[in-house]
Design a protein around this ligand. Structure first.
Ligand code: HGY
Ligand code: MN
Ligand code: MN
Ligand code: MN
Length: 428
């Protein structure tokens, strides 16, 4: 049952685009690299400033704000049946080095604006509505993707791992969290876990990070599934030595071992039999990193994904076999081969995709069902709640680089669809 007056004013579900754009621009200034790039690393000073900015906006929207032990931030609008499981929405604001200002941000600022849109229209939620800003969706600082949402989804393994995790400055996760005002004298992070059924639905607004919606001039993407991500850390060790004096038969070059493995990753994903299998080596470090010193150590970090989990796991196994044979053939030591995460894909819930589709129809917005090749906090929220995602177009599909861009009209469309979908789910 919808409140009649609310349905009538559908067409004027007005988004305050001007202030939303201002917020996106202001948030992007909390960055460790110069504009137009954004770098905002977990628990850094810029991250703490950005968190304060978000909490302030939540407060201005009349949301009651709480934070958990690792800094997941929750802004709640109580419904008139507060004992029912709330509907939640949200995303992240951390940004990998030299990236853009829309990835994640659109789903946090857009969610707060969706609440404002509903409040402006006199909507009264039955189920409470909760905006979530997830801690550390990006793996940058501690090598763990979706750290906050993995914990919310109840990863006991991660709660344990974080007790002994350090960043590349050797700062422990707990010390970094305490710097930002979290995890006070807390060794046990299981308090972050949410019980299953904590939410009746979770829906995330996000830029597509792909070119399809823009190419097909379609306003909204209704996500049906999120691809299965995996990441692997590899170290090779050789003898190193003088780049001029050591003759080739005497060498065991750890750098060339890494290069050979990187090309093997490409070979394995290309021969998978599907365009949906992808892989790259985003980090490749050589030690000592001097032009005239044969690399004695190399460190690679491999990202490989597929919408088909089994097909992806075949690629991981091939990469492992290749690392072993490269080490043997080149006389280098494979000192580390660590699968950091090997996650299953997630499916969106019909309840949510149907509500999103009817919101698009009522708002006269074109839409298409699609998969998400990028991962999101939704991948983990799907483990404890029905999940859905709303995509908006972004310029040439660019993301994770400063050229990332989404037009405010497209963002406003996404906010309208989010607001209307939240209202339907709240009254359900
Ligand atoms: O890498 C990803 O898929 C996400 O955008 N962090
Ligand atoms: Mn990202
Ligand atoms: Mn993202
Ligand atoms: Mn290593």
């Amino acid at each position: 049952v919808h409140e009649p007056h609310f349905q009538d004013s559908l067409s004027s579900l007005l988004v305050d685009s001007e202030s939303l754009q201002k917020q996106i621009d202001e948030l992007s200034t909390f960055s460790d690299t110069p504009a137009p790039s954004v770098t905002r690393i977990l628990y850094s000073e810029k991250d703490v400033l950005a968190r304060r900015f978000i909490k302030n906006l939540m407060g201005l929207s009349g949301l009651s704000v709480r934070e958990d032990a690792v800094g997941n931030i929750f802004g709640r609008w109580d419904g008139y049946e507060p004992e029912l499981a709330p509907v939640s929405t949200g995303s992240h604001i951390d940004a990998i080095p030299y990236s853009g200002k829309y990835d994640g941000v659109v789903g946090v600022l857009g969610a707060i604006e969706a609440i404002n849109v509903l409040k402006r229209h006199g909507f009264k939620p039955k189920r409470s509505l909760e905006v979530i800003m997830f801690t550390s969706e990006e793996p940058t600082r501690f090598g763990i993707s979706c750290l906050g949402s993995r914990l919310l989804a109840g990863s006991g393994e991660l709660a344990e791992l974080l007790k002994r995790t350090v960043d590349n400055q050797n700062i422990s996760f707990l010390d970094a969290a305490r710097f930002a005002g979290y995890a006070n004298h807390l060794e046990d992070l299981t308090s972050v876990f949410l019980k299953k059924g904590s939410y009746s639905a979770f829906i995330e607004l996000h830029i597509e990070q792909g070119p399809i919606l823009e190419e097909e001039a379609t306003s909204i993407g209704v996500v049906t599934a999120i691809a299965a991500p995996a990441s692997i850390k590899v170290d090779f060790e050789g003898n190193g030595g003088h780049a001029g004096a050591v003759l080739m038969p005497m060498r065991n070059d750890a750098g060339l071992a890494a290069a050979e493995l990187a090309l093997a990753v490409e070979k394995f994903v290309l021969e998978s039999g599907s365009i949906d299998t992808v892989g790259t080596v985003g980090i490749l470090e050589l030690h000592p990193g001097a032009i005239n010193s044969i690399p004695s150590k190399s460190h690679l970090e491999i990202d490989t994904r597929d919408i088909d989990e089994e097909r992806r796991n075949v690629v991981i196994e091939k990469i492992h076999q290749s690392a072993l044979s490269i080490a043997k053939n080149r006389g280098v030591k494979l000192s580390e081969f660590k699968i950091v995460n090997q996650d299953p894909p997630a499916l969106a819930e019909d309840l949510i995709t149907k509500a999103t589709e009817s919101a698009c129809q009522e708002l006269n917005l074109t839409y298409k069902k699609m998969i998400s090749r990028a991962y999101h906090d939704s991948l983990f929220m799907a483990r404890i709640s029905p999940m859905g995602m709303i995509f908006i177009p972004c310029y040439k599909g660019y993301s994770h680089k400063p050229e990332e861009f989404a037009a405010i009209e497209d963002i406003a469309n996404g906010v309208q669809v989010l607001a209307l979908t939240l209202s339907k789910l709240s009254l359900s």
